[in-house]
Each structure stands twice: as C-alpha cells, then as structure tokens.
Design a protein around this ligand. Structure first.
Ligand SMILES: *Cc1c(COP(=O)(O)O)cnc(C)c1O
Length: 399
C-alpha cells in the first residue's frame, strides 16, 4: 500500500486517471465515440441550462432531495448515531436514476437520437428505459439471455416503458456478454447513438461523469447533516459497492475531508474464500476490465472470474477505478458481507425501522456491528435502493 500524501486528490486527473487506475482502454473502432464524450462532457455538464434542467428533473421527477433519516432504533441497537440517506425513495427505487437523468440530458445536447445500454439484473435497464420514455427517445437494452429468463419482472417493466430488450446469446449469456453487444452496437452507430453506462466503470470519461451525476447524494448529505446536527461531516459514510456508483456519489464531497472515514462494503457471497464471491479488493488484482485499468477478479492468465453474490447489483467482477484508487491509498476502508449477513441485515432493518432495503444495500447495513462506532459518533449509511425487487429472494427466508 502507498501512503496517503497530504496533497493527494481523489478526483480524476486530466488524463482520466485516479492514481494508477482508470484511462480508456478501448478498441480503435470506439475511439471517436469516447473522444467526443471526453472533449464535451465537462463543458456540457457545467452549462447553466444543463444544471437547471438536471436539478429540475431531480427535484420534480426523481423526488429529490431524498430524506436523511435519523434511525432511532437502529442507532440504539448499535450504540451509535445512524442516519440513512434514503435513495430508496427515488423514482424507480434506487440511486441509478440520478445517473440516467444526467446522461439522457447529455445525449440530447450531443444530438443523439437513440440510447443503448446494457443491464444485468435489469435495474439499470429500467432506469434507462424510464428516462428514454420521459424524453421520447428510442431505447435499446442488451441483456444476457440467461438474465432475461431470471429477471422477468424487470424485462416486463422495460418493455412497458417502451424499450426494446435484445438478448445477448454469446458466452455465459449474462452481463458481460450484454456489455459486449451494447459496445458493438455503439461502434456500428457512432453518430446517432449514446451509450449509457450504469456505474462508475468503463473508459474515461464515464467513471467521472457518473460520479458527478451521483455526487448529488453527498452534496445533500452535507446540507442535511449540517441542518440536523450542526456539523456537515459525519464520522463514517458507509455504502455498498458493485461497480461503485452509489458509493462514489455518497463519498464525493467527503473525499478530501480526512475526518470522515469512508467505508465501502463488497459482497462476500458464500464467503470470500469459497469460490462464490464478488469481493473484488480481497480477491482481485490490477488489470483492464470494460475499458479501464482497475482491480478485478481474474485467473493467473487474465481470464475474468465469474463473480457470485445473492444480490444481482453487486455481482460484478471489478470495481470502478476511483474505488481501486481509494482502496490502494487507504482513503477508503473495504469490508465485505456474506449473503447470509446481508439477508439478516435486511430483515433487521425491516423489523426495527419499517424499511425494506434492497439486497445490495443490506450489505452496507450488515457491517454496522463491526464498525466500532462510538456512542458520540455519527454514521451515515447510503440506503441505495428499496427491496421490492428482492421479495422473491426474501420469501425463501420467511416460513
Ligand atoms: C445497482 C445497484 C447497486 C450497485 O451498483 P453501484 O454502482 O455499486 O452503486 C447498489 N444498490 C442498488 C439498490 C442497486 O440497484
């Protein structure tokens, strides 16, 4: 591990890197598309009319600001002060829509007529189909054939929202195959299509762009915590990490505030050493995945290892480059929670606070007993999504 330099910044540099991680490792055919984005994204996002439209939709369509809720019974149980950032109350049930709203507005300003996206469990596909319906834009979502069978409700949602769902029939017929198909589509339609990536992954500038759209989470936490406690900075910010977009958004405005401990929670699956896990920092090492240099789970000859988690949103073999950097510099601490621990944490939150969290989010809640937070400390957990989509899984645990 490198030591943390006082002058270090955790934002992307002008070459698209976070320390040793990031960059744009893409086939030559994709170069014009990514280059157009790289050259335009910052100036577009910073335009006042973009900010006005983005903030208008976040407020009136997504339902922001989401509450920062002091959870009294959860606090009592863990002997500390726990606030929940209620991203579960966003339209469509999770934080993912913050990013898709930002990207659809960007696509419009780039004059794109069609949106393409990949989806695993369907959550990002639904968030993308939603904003395309909102804007009246054609939407094509690639999804592994196997996932289409497993995630019928989300396939139905996307279709009802007017999206075309195309099956990826190669390889394991899951997320990575859908990603390949979406990339291929983009290569063939560079002029009129925008590719909406769903997390802080992919070639530069995607990780930075998605983090900026999600940074509204920590901007709101700062304002709300200041209002409620007189101090904008908690002692801990805790978030689950699949690709890492909800965590990147919850950490963003705290990255340089070293009095705030950043805690990222990965999915241990059946256990880190069981061969059924998605705990990337524990099991992975440096390599290139989906266009950026990052940490990923791979074999000795660089083949991506199939990840496993009970939660589809954390079932990803890598993490975004910003998280690889936060891990390597020690700025964020990475923990993991197993399937069983997550399910237990979900049932606990439901029983003692009346909130059913997404299975992904439950991983973040599952480490509260290990955090060692004191009675006078403040913990903010980013409640990334609601659990309605996971009821079929939860029902297996109800007798
Ligand atoms: C997709 C998803 C995640 C994981 O994605 P990140 O990019 O790591 O945030 C976490 N929670 C919920 C509710 C999700 O839908």
């Amino acid at each position: 591990m490198e030591t943390l330099e006082k002058s270090s910044t955790f934002q992307v540099d002008k070459n698209g890197y976070y320390g040793l991680f990031g960059g744009a490792f893409i086939p030559e055919m994709l170069y014009p598309n990514v280059e157009e984005l790289r050259n335009t994204y910052l100036s577009i996002i910073e335009q006042p009319d973009f900010q006005r439209d983005f903030n208008h939709l976040l407020k009136n369509y997504v339902g922001r600001p989401t509450p920062l809720y002091l959870a009294p019974r959860l606090s009592e149980k863990y002997g500390t002060t726990v606030y929940l950032k209620r991203e579960d109350l966003c339209h469509t049930g999770a934080h993912k829509i913050n990013n898709t709203i930002g990207q659809i507005l960007l696509a419009q300003r780039l004059g794109k007529k069609r949106i393409v996206a990949e989806t695993g469990a369907g959550q990002h596909g639904v968030a993308t189909a939603t904003v395309c319906a909102l804007m009246g834009v054609e939407c094509i979502v690639y999804m592994g054939e196997h996932d289409i069978e497993r995630q019928a409700p989300n396939v139905a949602r996307m279709k009802m929202l007017g999206a075309e769902v195309r099956a990826a029939t190669c390889g394991s017929k899951t997320l990575k195959d859908a990603t390949n198909e979406a990339m291929r589509h983009w290569i063939n339609n560079p002029v009129d299509t925008h590719y909406i990536i769903g997390s802080v992954v992919g070639p530069h500038p995607y990780p930075d762009m998605v983090a900026r759209f999600q940074s509204v989470i920590s901007a709101e936490i700062k304002t709300q915590l200041l209002e409620q406690t007189g101090n904008a900075n908690p002692d801990y910010v805790v978030a689950c990490v699949g690709g890492g977009s909800n965590a990147a958004g919850a950490f963003f405005h705290y990255l340089d505030d070293t009095d705030v401990q950043l805690i990222a929670v990965e999915a241990a699956g059946k256990g880190v050493d069981t061969g059924f896990s998605a705990a990337t920092t524990a099991l992975g090492n440096a390599g290139v995945l989906h266009g950026s240099r990052t940490l990923l789970m791979q074999t000795e000859d660089g083949q991506v290892v199939e990840p496993y988690s009970i939660s589809a949103g954390l079932d990803y073999p890598g993490i975004g480059p910003v998280h690889a950097h936060l891990y390597q510099t020690g700025r964020a601490k990475f923990l993991s929670a197993t399937d069983d621990e997550a399910v237990q944490a979900a049932f606990e939150l439901a029983k003692i606070e009346g909130i059913i969290p997404a299975l992904e989010t439950a991983h973040a809640l599952a480490i509260l007993d290990r955090l060692g937070a004191g009675a006078h400390e403040v913990v903010v957990v980013n409640l990334s999504g609601r659990g309605d989509k996971d009821l079929a899984t939860f029902m297996k645990y109800i007798d």
